[in-house]
Design a protein around this ligand. Structure first.
Ligand code: 5GP
Ligand code: MG
Length: 177
């Protein structure tokens, strides 16, 4: 089994690139179906979601726009409970259909914070697409309509996700040993 080392930690293969690809394809199919004629804004949560979003949008065949927010709640391998906003969107979200694109939902705190901010702009609708979700860690009830995979309460890296700045470029997803 392939093991990688980042800083002081070791990680083993968890989700292979082929399986990620299949999952992203399934999410894209559902979004293509649900958003015909709605011209959604995909609100991509940086940094972690940049790889997932890049793959997802290239499988979408509906007219859409993208905007970006940059938030941070994680330090090292744990959720800190406080959200730092580096920046928020530039577009007007009023009366628009918004799809928040997240890499992974852990406690759900980041998503809850963002949904509150987006809702205050008066959008026509808000849904969330995420690649990974940790049901056992979840503390906030915000619904996630497009969820790629549920996973145990492990710490993962790769496919956009980092451990203190390292590992985002790795094609598959690896979990901490
Ligand atoms: P939450 O606010 O739901 O607790 O945490 C969500 C954010 O924390 C995600 O957007 C992601 O950036 C980061 N995060 C959560 N779980 C993991 C993980 O297992 N690995 C990495 N690298 N980041 C994670
Ligand atoms: Mg994130």
């Amino acid at each position: 089994m392939k093991v990688i080392r980042l800083h002081d930690l070791e990680f083993e293969m968890f989700i292979a690139p082929e399986q990620i690809n299949e999952t992203v394809g399934r999410l894209a199919l559902a979004i293509n179906h649900d958003y015909q004629g709605r011209n959604p804004i995909l609100l991509i949560v940086l940094n972690g979601a940049f790889v997932f979003a890049a793959d997802l949008v290239r499988r979408l065949s509906i007219p859409l726009q993208m905007d970006f927010v940059k938030l941070r709640s994680y330090l090292g391998t744990a959720s800190t409970g406080s959200i730092h906003e580096h920046f928020l969107w530039e577009s007007s979200l009023k009366d628009r259909h918004i799809i928040i694109v997240e890499d992974i939902i852990d406690t759900g705190h980041t998503l809850h914070h963002l949904v509150g901010k987006v809702a205050a702009e008066g959008p026509a609708s808000i849904e969330t697409a995420c690649l990974l979700l940790k049901p056992a860690a979840r503390q906030y009830p915000d619904p996630v309509k497009y969820c790629g995979m549920e996973m145990p309460n492990d710490f993962v890296v790769g496919y956009g996700l980092d451990y203190d700045g390292l590992g985002r470029e790795i094609a598959g997803i690896y979990k901490k040993i």
